[in-house]
Design a protein around this ligand. Structure first.
Ligand SMILES: Nc1ncnc2c1ncn2[C@@H]1O[C@H](COP(=O)(O)OP(=O)(O)OP(=O)(O)O)[C@@H](O)[C@H]1O
Ligand SMILES: O=C(CO)[C@H](O)[C@H](O)COP(=O)(O)O
Length: 406
C-alpha cells in the first residue's frame, strides 16, 4: 500500500516527491504502520525535484552516543545542547511522547524509535530491547544516511508510555544529528556514518546505585525489581551493547572511587575519559604535558577538597588495541567555581574563552554529576564536538576555494 506523496515545508525551500519505497513495521499488537521517507532537499532554491533529491549544500554532522538505559545519556545530551546554545525541545505540535529533542543546531533522536517489536511483541518472542532482533537496523541505516545527506525522513516513534510503536514523525536534516541509545555503533553501516562516537561505560556497581536512586526514590520500584531488571538485561547487555565501546572515539568510564577503600555507595566516582588517538578533527585533551604520564592532586591552596579529596591522572595507554590518551578524575569538587583552577591546567579543551568549561559546569550545577568527573568530561566532550563540527563545516566550505585555486 505504498502511496507517493508530495510534501512542502516553509523552512525547507523545495518540494520533492517520494523516492523510497514504504517500509512496514509491526508491533504484534498494533495496526500496520507504513513509513515513507520524505525526500525534502535542504537549502535548495529550486521549486521541486521530480524523483530523487540530491544532498543539500551543507552536511549534517552525525554523532553517536551509546549507553545502557539509565546511564546518563539524557544528562549528557542536555550538556551538549547547551554548548551549542539554546534549549532542546520535542518537535512542536507533535506526539507528546516523542523521544526527539530539537534545538537550533542539534536534533537528538533516540534509537529506541527503531525497535521493530513493541513491548508485547518482545514479551511474546522472549527477547529484550537490547537484542538486535528487536530492532530494525536497515531502517536506522536508511534514515541516518538520508538525514546525513540532507534528506528529511519519517522516523517511527517508540512510545515508552504505552510500549507501542506510534505513527512516525518528520525529522528534517539538522546541522548536527545525535543518535543516542543502545545501538548506535552496532551495525557497521550505521557506524560508518558517524563523524564521532561516544560510549558511556557505567560500571555495574555505579549503574546499580544510579538505578536505585532513580527507580526506587523517584519511580517507586522495589529493590528486588531493580535487581531483577538489571540481571535480566545483563546477558544481552554483555553481548550487544558493551562490545560497542571498542569502536568509540571517546569513552567516559565511570567506576567506584579508589580513594575510599571498599566503597560501594557509588557516590564518589572515579571517571576516566578515554580518547582515541588519530581521529580526524579530534585532538585529545591533556593535562600539563601532552604524552607524559602525570598524577596530580590539586587539593590545597587553590582547590578546596574535603574527604576523600581529588586525584587526577593523565597518560597514554592502549584500549582494545587502539592508542589512546586517558584523563582520569577520582573524587568530587566541593566548590564548583574553583574548577577554573583545574581547567587552567588542561589543554586542548576546545574552549572559545578562558573559563568556558567552568562556566558551563556552573550553569548546570543542578545536573547529576556536576561535582565530579562525569559532568566535567561530558562538558569537555561537548566542547570537542562543537570543535569537530566547526572543523568539518569549515573544511567543507574551504574546499571549493581550494578547487578554484587549482
Ligand atoms: N553523572 C551522574 N551522576 C550521578 N547520577 C547520575 C549521573 N548521570 C545520571 N545519573 C542518574 O541516572 C539517572 C538517569 O540519567 P539519565 O536520564 O541522564 O539517563 P538515560 O541514559 O538518558 O536514561 P534512560 O535511557 O533510562 O532515559 C538520573 O536520574 C540520575 O539519577
Ligand atoms: O533499554 C531501553 C532503552 O531506553 C528500554 O528498556 C527499551 O527501549 C524498552 O523500553 P520500555 O521498557 O519502555 O518498553
Amino acid at each position: 500500500m505504498a502511496v507517493s506523496t508530495v510534501y512542502t515545508t516553509q523552512s525547507l525551500n523545495s518540494t520533492c516527491s517520494i523516492s523510497t519505497p514504504a517500509k512496514t513495521h509491526l508491533g504484534s499488537h498494533q495496526k500496520q504502520v507504513v513509513f515513507y521517507r520524505r525526500t525534502i532537499k535542504r537549502g535548495s532554491s529550486s521549486g521541486s525535484c521530480a524523483v530523487k533529491c540530491s544532498a543539500g549544500d551543507s552536511q549534517t554532522v552525525v554523532i553517536g552516543l551509546a549507553a545502557d538505559s539509565g546511564c546518563g545519556k539524557s544528562t549528557f545530551m542536555r550538556r551538549l545542547t547547551s554548548v551549542f546554545g539554546g534549549a532542546a525541545e520535542p518537535p512542536k505540535g507533535g506526539n507528546p511522547d516523542s523521544n526527539t529533542l530539537i534545538s537550533d543546531m542539534t536534533t537528538v533522536i533516540c534509537l529506541d524509535d527503531y525497535h521493530s517489536l513493541d513491548r508485547t511483541g518482545r514479551k511474546e518472542k522472549g527477547v529484550t530491547a537490547l537484542d538486535p532482533r528487536a530492532n530494525d537496523f536497515d531502517l536506522m541505516y536508511d534514515q541516518v544516511k538520508a538525514l546525513k545527506s540532507g534528506v528529511a525522513v519519517d522516523k517511527p516513534i517508540y512510545n515508552h508510555v504505552t510500549g507501542l510503536l506510534d505513527p512516525p514523525e518528520l525529522i528534517k536534516p539538522p546541522k548536527i544529528l545525535v543518535i543516542e541509545g543502545l545501538h548506535p555503533m552496532f551495525d557497521e553501516r550505521v557506524r560508518d556514518l558517524l563523524d564521532f562516537s561516544i560510549y558511556l561505560d557505567i560500571s555495574n556497581e555505579v549503574k546499580f546505585a544510579w538505578k536505585i536512586q532513580r527507580d526506587m526514590a523517584e519511580r517507586g520500584h522495589s529493590l528486588e525489581s531493580i535487581k531483577a531488571s538489571i540481571e535480566a538485561r545483563k546477558p544481552d547487555f554483555d553481548a550487544y551493547i558493551d562490545p560497542q565501546k571498542k569502536y568509540a572515539d571517546a569513552v567516559i568510564e565511570v567506576l567506584p572511587t579508589q580513594l575510599i577503600p571498599g566503597d560501594n555507595e557509588g557516590k564518589v566516582l572515579r571517571v576516566r575519559l578515554i580518547m582515541k588517538e588519530g581521529v580526524k578533527h579530534f585532538s585529545p585533551v591533556y593535562l600539563f604535558d601532552e604524552g607524559s604520564t602525570i598524577s596530580w592532586i590539586p587539593c590545597g591552596r587553590k582547590l578546596t577538597c574535603s574527604y576523600p579529596g581529588i586525584k587526577f591522572h593523565y597518560g597514554p595507554d592502549t584500549y582494545f588495541g587502539n592508542e589512546v590518551s586517558i584523563l582520569e578524575m577520582d573524587g568530587q569538587f566541593d566548590r564548583l567555581d574553583e574548577l577554573i583552577y583545574v581547567e587552567s591546567h588542561l589543554s586542548n579543551i576546545s574552549t572559545k574563552f578562558y573559563g568556558e568549561v567552568t562556566q558551563q559546569m556552573l550553569k548546570h550545577a543542578d545536573f547529576p554529576g556536576s561535582n565530579n568527573g562525569t559532568g566535567l568530561f561530558q562538558t569537555i566532550v561537548g566542547l570537542k564536538i562543537r570543535d569537530l563540527y566547526e572543523q568539518i563545516t569549515s573544511s567543507k566550505t574551504a574546499a571549493p576555494l581550494e578547487a578554484t585555486k587549482a
